[in-house]
Design a protein around this ligand. Sequence first.
Ligand SMILES: [Zn+2]
Length: 511
Amino acid sequence: MKRIILIFLFTLLCFSFSFAQIEKSGKKNQNKKDKEKKEKVTTKSKSDKESLKKKIIEDDIESLTDSAKTGLLLDYQSYLFSIDSNDQESLSGGLEWNIMVRDDNNNPNLPPKFRNWWYVKLEGLSTTNPNKINIIGDGWQGKHYVVPVYSYDKIDWQRFKPEEIYHSESSGSYYNYYILKKFEKSSVWVARYYPYTFNRLKNLLKSLEGNPFVKIETIGKTPQNRPLIMLTITDFKVDDKNKKRIWIQSRTHPSETGSSFVAEGLIRFLINDCNSCCPRVDLKKMIFNIVPMVNVDGVVAGNSRTTPITSKDLERQWIRSSDNHSILVDSVATEVKILEKTMRELINLGPKFFIALNLHQTHSPPNHRPFLFSNFSRMVQVNGEAGEMMFKRQLIFAKLISREYCGDTVYVRPSYEPGVPMEKKVFPESWWWVNFKDEVMAATIENTIGINGCFEEWVNYQDQIKLGEAIALAIGKYHQYFIEKKWFRYEAPNWDMQELLKFFIDNSGDQ
Ligand SMILES: [Zn+2]
């Protein structure tokens, strides 16, 4: 007989951008706002369920790092939910939760695909029966693209099993899916992908304090008064004049946490003992300038893609004057202004840059490998011969990364707008192009989160750390080939265009 059972449906915690303000900053104003916020929430408490909510939120303020606060949660509702007998066996006694993914800053004008991050703590879970966790309104397609992760302590993270993820009915670009899982503990953190928080970055920086190869600087303050950090990594005992610079920026898009793992892998590789004693990426010859988290405010706010409040996509803020393509217009976002000012200062200081990398993560289908996103094409008429040379350099760089990352795993993807000259575009690479042409090999590197790790399994953050190491090694090789002209001492690189084009794959329909 078909029976109806009743299950409470909880949605947990409304983190959203207001929680960015709950960071333990120690500022009086901030604390006041926090208090107001807390009171606003808690004075609503009327029932036991509301008390539970109060308890959870207070607990979060006390114990969660800002990272856990970056989770997206939209709405708290508890209501009765009915299911049919088919589901009854698997759900009986379990709990059901809704995680409703919001637009960045609740801005409905942003494209749906920008809505792709959530990170929450669930409490009061059943440990004896499966819990159902509905993900509602992901702007990127559910199961085909995402297998979320969970942790009981925010340290050890695990992927859910793909068979624990189910599609739900979706409408338009609002994709819905759910997780059925019996947890071992009643309290768990769940996220769309392995979180990489501002706190984790701060811990990384702390671990680097005192390292003789690393200098940590604040190059400016974000609109919400957080430090924009740059690491300089080199052998400071060696005069800079014969070195070359490498610029690396990461985490422009907050949901692309993998780009932070890649950056961390790269940083740690450069300074590990092995590279110090017999360098494959020689810090006597290179200076790395690395901005590991460009959109700090967006990360803390739990946004998917843009800055808090203003909803700016910093990737497309490299807007330049139409009279002089090399100069940014005044209206660009603060973070981009700071980066550009720093780059200019380093250029004036010397020595010259020869590589500029922009680390991102794609939400492509699961079988996509990491790739260089080339804003260039083979169309000589668009960017001239220097453009073709840049394209070739990108292919070579992809090949060099691939060699260090489980074989032919990295490829180059063409521009979405192959007919548009670089100087008309508004990406960081366009800035490098108009200022340096192919003298600086500038490229975006997109890591992926699907089934494309070294072992054809769902990628985890260790794969991304390994990709960071591979990128470091590729930079070392690229330096040997193009700066030191030392290839005759090593295996001869095959610069044949037909051979290199194996690394060029046109599947630009996916993003
Ligand atoms: Zn991105």
